[in-house]
Design a protein around this ligand. Structure first.
Ligand code: TXA
Ligand code: MG
Length: 348
């Protein structure tokens, strides 16, 4: 199939925008459209149309055990995908929606079982991206949308990233420029006691705990089939570049030492070493040795800035000739937790 490309300005568009109308029409016909959200681009289809949802799985080559997040543009829409909207969930939605928080709710019988991979709970979020919400409102049905990458690959933060993986496999992409947050939404089961944090993301653990009290952090047990896990997508190798990703402790000295070691051994084999380099961490002396491909990641400890550039950086460094990518590992605080999670899974 030919993938159509539509562009829209994030800061100035109208509800009657022609790109929105065209994309809504494709979705109404049961097609697939890659859409911008504030986290990453998602591959959307009508969540209430089982055949449309099936096209998402086919395009991404996503296994059917991995359930999809449903995106809504209003609280009224929740009733079409969830049986109830319990108070505990409402309190979090009130504080963090629209935004990068995904809540597990009891599934409505109207929702095709493929969306939840046969589970009794559905993952729902209301995106903060105005284009995403305008498109859902124009379509007038909730959209199922996983990240718009081939299964297991790095999540896309630009329309170009989407096309690199999915050109010819989806009906359209709606380009609104780079996404602002850069890592996916936080996935939370608010109905467990204590609430269970399934995937760290754009809303931090600290922010949620201020509203909901202490959270439990989900740790996928080893050696289980994904179907048996509380959140199946979280156990697998994911976000993976083709080059080897080597994580080092998040200190300047550790990174400099690792760079020296890798340049010595990889340089001998004629390979380049890629580095996710925080501002001012590599001095002239290190750079002078050559054999490096650098990505200017951002200021260390500015976790939101580093999150925004993470996937673009991994994609940039993952090129022919680069055999290993070195990356310092942020600490488990604020958005550092989500960065750490994505990096550990990419390196698995
Ligand atoms: O920011 C985001 O969340 C992006 C944008 C497009 O909204 N979406 C996204 O979707 O990251 P995806 O499919 O790449 O990741 C969704 C994660 C998966 O790990 C999946 O296993 C989990 O959420 N999940 C979805 N539905 C679930 C359910 N009913 N129960 C448990 N886990 C679920
Ligand atoms: Mg994904």
């Amino acid at each position: 199939m030919k993938t159509l490309r539509f562009a829209i300005r994030l800061d100035q568009f109208e509800a009657g925008d022609s790109a929105l109308k065209e994309c809504a029409a494709i979705l109404r016909r049961g097609g697939t459209v890659a859409i911008p959200t504030e986290t990453v681009y998602g591959l959307a289809a009508n969540a209430l149309d089982a055949a449309a949802v099936e096209r998402i799985f086919a395009a991404k080559q996503r296994p059917h055990w991995d359930p999809l997040i449903v995106h809504v543009s209003s609280l009224e829409m929740i009733a079409r995908v969830a049986l109830t909207f319990p108070e505990k969930a409402q309190a979090l939605a009130e504080r963090f929606w629209p935004g990068p928080l995904t809540l597990l709710l009891p599934r409505s019988p109207q929702l095709p079982l493929t969306v939840t991979a046969g589970r009794e709970s559905v993952a729902v979020r209301m995106p903060a991206h105005p284009v995403a919400r305008a498109l859902i409102a124009a379509a007038d049905f909730p959209l199922a949308a996983p990240s718009a990458n081939l299964f297991g690959r790095t999540s896309p933060t630009t329309a170009e990233h989407v096309l690199r993986d999915l050109d010819g496999r989806i009906d359209a992409v709606l380009d609104a420029g780079p996404t602002s947050i850069g890592v996916e939404s936080t996935v939370l089961d608010p109905l467990r006691t204590p609430p269970l944090l399934l995937r760290p993301g754009g809303i931090t653990r600290e922010q949620i705990e201020a509203v909901a009290g202490p959270l439990e952090l989900y740790a996928a047990p080893q050696g289980h089939e994904p179907q048996a896990l509380a959140s199946p997508g979280l156990a697998s190798r994911h976000y993976a570049p083709s080059a080897k990703l080597r994580l080092v402790e998040g200190h300047r000295e550790s990174l400099v030492k690792a760079v020296r070691d890798e340049v010595a051994s990889e340089g001998e084999r004629g390979n380049y070493v890629g580095v996710m380099a925080p501002d001012d961490w590599l001095d002239e002396q290190v750079l002078a040795a050559g054999g490096l491909v650098l990505f200017d990641w951002g200021r260390w400890q500015d976790w939101p800035a580093l999150a925004k550039n993470l996937f673009a950086g991994l994609r940039y460094l993952d090129k022919p000739g680069v055999s290993v990518i070195l990356c310092p590992l942020p600490p488990e605080e604020e958005m550092g937790l989500a960065l750490r999670d994505r990096l550990m899974r990419a390196a698995r």
